[in-house]
Ligand binder design. Structure first.
Ligand code: 5GP
Length: 193
């Protein structure tokens, strides 16, 4: 998505440890007009697919997922990161290893909001090692819902997540795929799509 790639080149900051900072428009300050264009692009890419729910993970996926859900005209649910042990049976629960914080935490979704009638599109801001999307797809599987696909705004193509998710047979759409980035000279190379 050219508009997005141009914006990443203009405002993205490359940090040590393979981290791309885009918090001026994507996941801290948020450019909602850009989010709307992102929503329309996902709608185009999943054209013809029946989707009746968007699922994301807190916190940085929520803003984008809300705008995408408005474009798809479906509800959006976010998986909560939690330390509290809810009574078994109330929630679907799995564990996710955080790329940015380097620790493992539980994520939960209430059984009230995910079930066998749902046809789910996963949405997240970044795809790095694939742990967040794997965790979300486990919750979908446990609920008996159908996983239609996953949409991420930025895939870091030099990390393993994209391969893992595609190898699982999940229809993955990434709007910008960073092939390489160099924190010394600030260059970013995108994969041709
Ligand atoms: P994964 O689970 O695929 O390893 O990492 C995805 C999650 O880690 C995303 O939800 C995102 O919040 C965070 N993340 C991964 N890489 C980056 C990055 O380069 N920049 C930012 N801002 N977040 C990232």
């Amino acid at each position: 998505m050219k508009l997005l790639e141009d914006r990443i080149r203009k405002d993205g900051k490359i940090k040590e440890g393979n981290v791309l900072k885009v918090d001026s428009f994507l996941n801290h300050q948020m450019d909602v007009k850009l989010f709307h264009e992102i929503g329309l692009e996902f709608k185009r890419r999943f054209e013809g697919k029946e989707i009746n729910k968007i699922l994301t993970i807190e916190a940085s996926g929520i803003g984008i997922a809300c705008v995408v859900a408005e474009v798809f005209d479906v509800p959006v649910v976010f998986a909560k990161k939690t330390q509290t042990k809810n009574i078994a049976g109330e929630v679907y629960r799995t564990q996710v290893e955080s790329f940015t914080h380097g620790r493992v935490y539980d994520i939960i979704v209430s059984k009230e909001f995910l079930g066998k009638d749902d046809k789910v599109l996963l949405i997240d801001d970044f795809l790095a090692n694939g742990k967040a999307l794997e965790g979300l797809s486990t919750l979908v599987q446990d609920s008996g819902a159908e996983l239609v696909g996953a949409g991420v705004v930025i895939e870091k193509g030099f990390q393993v997540g994209g391969q893992i998710i595609r190898d699982r047979g999940i229809h993955l759409e990434s709007l910008a795929i960073v092939e390489s980035m160099d924190d010394k000279n600030g260059t970013i190379v995108f994969r041709e799509q």
